[in-house]
Design a protein around this ligand. Sequence first.
Ligand SMILES: [Zn+2]
Length: 189
Amino acid sequence: MSIPVALKPSARIDLLHLHFGIRPAIRTQLLLHEGPKQAECIRWIRRRGLHVINDPDGFVVISDSPALSRHILAIDRSPVAHTYHLGRALGYPHCCCLKAASFGDEGLEKWALALRRRSFDGLFRAIDPRGYTDGKGLISHLPCSPRCHASLRMAMQLWQSLLRHGYPAIPIDGVLQLFRGRRSAGTKD
Ligand SMILES: [Zn+2]
């Protein structure tokens, strides 16, 4: 899936979650807030039958329900702590939203740095958040731990959907090779 230049590479993962019904809504930031690139991007999203709302800071909420998009934007603008509720509305696992809320929005960078030093072993490499910024990964949130099963289920859902719909060129090659390696290792030809 090639995406408009006004979207961050990481938005590819979010859009795939939305496309395959893995999450009900996504939130991302436009790279170019003003100008034709932004308008072009909004049209690209709408052409896919999706509803999109943008806020003054260049963030967009995309879903197939106008009511849900508005609800998420309202949570996001709320002056009270809303990390947990925003995460849940965006379809992230309960455990990961609780963990994120314990850090708060302002502490998430700290949690991201801590996760970078942890090792993700075996299949759990599929939930390693390090490739997210470049659009290379299968989840778009910080998992609550390197062995979060709810996040792994989400990653597997995307991986299986990609294979089923023939997206071999998606740039998550490292992860796909990991799975292919396991599958062929267990196959007796
Ligand atoms: Zn979790």
